[in-house]
Design a protein. Structure first.
Length: 134
């Protein structure tokens, strides 16, 4: 390869290097996967599908006794600047709200708050929970 050809490649290589360094990253926030808890009162499962900083969430909840309400729902969110997953959701009872998932070691803190109540029978399934990733 001659010197002129080499000099023609330098701007191209610099451009490629610049764009690869400027590509967005997700940091350590890898929330994609399945989560669950099982306490004495209720069970909740959460599935997170993450694509970069964007995420879709699906959840279902039920009373451990098998009686009462069993809402499921979906939502969308993104990784926040603090590394948590923030999302909004709507459940099968028409309730709407916001949620946050934070990692703490091998456990995850899920907080779901209802901001618009359509059917209060499902409200007992929301609040704070400790989840484990499956």
């Amino acid at each position: 390869m001659n010197i002129k050809a080499l000099f023609k490649l330098i701007p191209f290589a610099a451009c490629v290097s610049l764009f690869s360094c400027a590509a967005p990253t997700t940091g350590n926030a890898g929330y994609g996967g399945n989560y669950s808890n099982a306490d004495s009162g209720s069970q909740l499962t959460l599935e997170v599908t993450q694509n970069g900083n964007a995420a879709n969430v699906d959840f279902s909840a039920a009373d451990a006794s098998g009686r009462g309400t069993a809402p499921d729902g979906q939502g969308k969110g993104q990784i926040a600047s603090d590394g948590s997953l923030k999302f909004t959701f709507e459940d099968s009872f028409g309730n709407k709200g916001s949620g946050r998932l934070n990692q703490n070691g091998n456990k995850y803190l899920l907080k779901m708050d209802v901001t618009s109540t359509s059917d209060p029978r499902a409200l007992s399934h929301y609040g704070e929970r400790i989840l484990k990733k499956k």
